[in-house]
Design a protein. Structure first.
Length: 116
């Protein structure tokens, strides 16, 4: 089983600002060695890019030893013309044993971002 913990800086995202919100995701492996991948799906009012709307990101993270932890940082920008409110981000972590084509187990977590 994979442990997922998140934190953001700053706490809120300003919809009128060009400054990003930094999303830190810490993944902690269980008791067996496995390869991990992470897939993020953003709300339509959020983007991974300042200019164009990019709502998904997928990364192959490589092999994780038992009880190994790794922190990954993503920059989240407000999409052009977005309105304030509560926005969601879906985090999916896939566990792979041999290669990335087959998912042995999947852990999902949904977090909310407050946009002002």
């Amino acid at each position: 089983m994979i442990g997922i913990s998140t934190r953001t800086y700053p706490y809120r995202l300003d919809s009128k600002s060009k400054e990003p919100l930094e999303l830190f995701i810490k993944l902690t492996n269980g008791i067996t060695k496995k390869m991990l991948s992470i897939d993020l799906v953003l709300d339509e009012d959020l983007s991974f890019d300042k200019v164009k709307p990019i709502n998904t990101d997928y990364k192959r993270l490589g092999e994780f030893e038992p009880n190994q932890s790794k922190e990954i940082k993503f920059f989240i920008y407000p999409a052009i013309g977005s309105n304030p409110g509560l926005k969601s981000i879906k985090i999916r972590v896939g566990e792979h044993s041999r290669d990335y084509n087959y998912v042995d187990n999947k852990t999902e977590q949904k977090i909310n971002i407050n946009m002002i």
